[in-house]
Design a protein around this ligand. Sequence first.
Ligand SMILES: [Zn+2]
Length: 174
Amino acid sequence: MAKPMVTAAAKLALENAWDGLLPIDPREIANGILVSGRADDYYPIHVEAIPDLEYSGEAFFDDARQRFVCRFKSSEYPTRNNFTIAHELGHIILGHVNKGERPRRDTRVRMFSNDSKEVDANQFAAELLMPKKEILTAVDRYDSLDKVARIFQVSSTAMSYRLKNLGLLSVEFA
Ligand SMILES: [Zn+2]
């Protein structure tokens, strides 16, 4: 079940930082917004590409530089990187990482998880990279899932989950 709060957070990020062009670059979204801390303060998000990162991605608050950091393993596929960055952005924007806390690490960003924060970060990533309105337009125009996935620069797997969640694809996943 999609959570309305997560949908609202993704919408707000897009409204503030998206230039309206596809594919949506989660790095640009990160650069275009500030995130509130626990008090009335706002911090930027710094995105770092690290080829040999031990995880697919991680998110944390950098106390020395007073900013949120989102790191991703840049040697993975660009489509995977996009989803990972958007997922880590979700952890930051949804308040899953805070000052003084250990980094939140994702060994591998998976579509399925029992951890509610992982589920929420995935929902955020899907709705950030594949907004409903743009998906409906693309699905109307192209009948190939791979083509639609390429336009949004996500994996076919990520796109098929999104289409299924929007009721546009009636396939069961085992
Ligand atoms: Zn995660």
